[in-house]
Design a protein around this ligand. Structure first.
Ligand code: HEC
Ligand code: HEC
Length: 473
């Protein structure tokens, strides 16, 4: 399990204190006998920027899109080196993959969090860049450690006016403003939507400059999500589970740098690099299922898939197609909270901030558009992306395809090799209640596991065949 990074820093900081004081798929819906498009609507395509994938990789793993963090010397005192999964060189070879050593605007070398905090993970002990993190621990308020971290950085480098402290300060402010609101109920779900909304409330919509006071009160409600795999993006016409991310994808991706960005001049410079990052993300292919597959069974499953699933999720093989459908809440029936949050007033401040500010500027304008419902995403590499649904509430494909079997409380070990090749997903136990932060409690608001009952009408042998086919995607 991925440790809270600030929490692990705390332990060593305390020690220091003591000692030193896509293929081109057609977009046409497939008309399947008996399949109804009721409750679905096609998401319109949008023009995307093109770029250089190799340059995008370099920027993703070593670029300064987040430009404030812990001074390099202080960070390496406390962090392990991590495995150099990304084959990075120089300073970056010696720090964990989810951080990048960059120069802050004042020239001080700092270590900043990068996209791989949430967009890289292991499965069956294999590290996969672009697999959404399924084990990040957001269950504690990470700002608890800030007083200690600040005291140590201040004492190591000569006070809060030192260049090192100044290089760390935007990061400190961002963690202080966001972390208290990002506490999830279970390990492995992600609060990224909330991070974006809070950072927006602290920034001017046009200059993007930071204000210590948010423009509106921050709601304590946190709606958990999973993290989509990056290899799906090339097929999609809109970003995010709710398809709210319309028009320019690069613009949405670079919004992560709002964490520590100084102003709109820096935003423009970062934005210019993201056409390459998009090209890299679009070059990522889904990982192949690493265990044996029963091909006879998978062929039976393919027919079932085409009849019951492909109309929404797209078809594979020679005439592959992906229809890019948004499915309304009545039809899909899954936990409504995330979709509703973008439709009711609670996020209107954020939506206006985004749609009527710097992010809406051409070239490369982006818009948040909330039509309600969830995307029927492509199922490429679906074997690797448990748990399932937008809120990660269902541990295996078998449970997803049989709604009566889904566990109300389920608990996993977070070992990436504790994987079930029959049900396809995580091994789990079923406690009677939420016993700890490793228990997923589907009775909590936003954590519901209802809906998506499209597999219920299949027999259990049909389900087995269908799952065998899904392993091949
Ligand atoms: C704190 C965790 C976190 C970080 C850091 C993060 N992301 Fe994400 N990302 C998410 C989550 C969660 C979603 C899905 C949110 C949703 O759909 O509501 C997401 C969605 C996306 C998507 C949309 C995928 C799709 O298929 O719709 C892309 C692309 C993406 N992120 C790229 C990036 C890039 C590039 C960076 C770094 C600049 C980054 N992300 C940093 C958590 C994160
Ligand atoms: C009417 C359209 C529709 C049909 C038919 C349909 N699905 Fe889905 N499916 C969706 C939507 C929408 C979601 C996203 C729901 C959510 O995340 O809340 C989804 C989610 C999923 C997921 C989870 C994806 C993830 O990354 O978590 C899987 C797996 C899946 N469907 C498989 C299937 C299979 C197999 C079938 C056929 C038995 C099927 N679906 C039939 C619309 C559909």
């Amino acid at each position: 399990m991925k440790k809270l990074f600030l929490f692990s820093l705390l332990l060593v900081f305390m020690a220091i204190m003591i000692t030193c004081s896509k293929e081109e798929a057609s977009q046409d819906p497939i008309p399947t006998p008996g399949f109804s498009f009721e409750g679905t609507s096609p998401i319109p395509p949008a023009q995307q920027r093109t770029g250089d994938a190799a340059a995008g990789y370099d920027y993703l793993v070593a670029g300064d899109y987040v430009s404030s963090g812990i001074p390099y010397g202080a960070f390496t005192l406390v962090s392990g080196t991590g495995d150099n999964f990304l084959n990075r060189t120089g300073d970056n070879a010696d720090i964990p993959y989810e951080f990048t050593a960059v120069d802050a605007p004042n020239g001080i070398r700092v270590v900043a969090p990068n996209c791989m905090q949430c967009h890289a993970a292991k499965i069956n002990d294999e590290f996969i860049l672009g697999l959404g993190s399924h084990d990040y621990d957001f269950t504690k308020d990470q700002s608890d450690i800030l007083p200690t971290a600040s005291a140590v950085i201040s004492s190591l480098y000569g006070g809060a006016n030192s260049p090192e402290f100044q290089a760390y300060d935007p990061f400190r402010k961002a963690v202080e403003a966001t972390a208290p609101y990002l506490v999830t109920e279970t390990i492995g779900v992600n609060p990224a939507d909330k991070i974006a909304a809070i950072l927006a409330a602290h920034r001017d919509p046009w200059s993007l400059e930071w204000n210590d006071q948010p423009s509106e009160p921050i709601s304590p409600l946190l709606i958990p999500t999973d993290v989509p795999a990056w290899w799906l993006l090339k097929k999609k016409n809109a970003m995010f589970y709710t398809a709210i991310g319309r028009d320019d994808f690069c613009r949405f991706m670079m919004s992560s740098s709002l964490l520590t960005m100084s102003d709109s001049t820096k935003a423009r410079a970062v934005d210019d690099k993201f056409n390459d990052v998009l090209a890299f993300i679009n070059s990522i292919e889904a990982p192949t299922y690493p265990f044996p597959i029963n091909t006879t069974l998978a062929e039976q499953g393919e027919r079932l898939y085409d009849d019951h699933c492909g109309g929404c999720h797209g078809s594979y093989g020679a005439d592959a197609s992906y229809p890019n459908l948004l499915v309304n809440l009545d039809r899909v029936g899954t936990d409504p909270m995330l979709s509703e949050a973008y439709q009711n007033q609670s996020l209107s401040g954020f939506i206006n901030w985004f749609n009527d500010g710097w992010f809406s500027q051409n070239p490369g304008s982006a818009q948040l558009v909330s039509d309600g419902g969830y995307v029927a995403q492509p199922l490429d590499g679906i074997w690797a992306t448990a748990p399932y649904l937008h809120n990660a509430s269902v541990p295996t494909l078998e449970d997803l395809l049989n709604s009566t079997q889904r566990p109300t409380y389920w608990k996993r070990t977070y070992q990436s090799s504790d994987y079930d090749t029959e049900k396809v997903g995580w091994n789990y136990s079923t406690p009677d209640s939420k016993v700890d932060k490793k228990t997923y409690d589907t009775t909590l608001p936003g954590y519901g596991n209802q809906g998506h009952r499209f597999g219920d009408k299949l027999s259990s042998s049909e389900r087995t065949a269908l799952i065998e086919y899904l392993k091949t995607l």
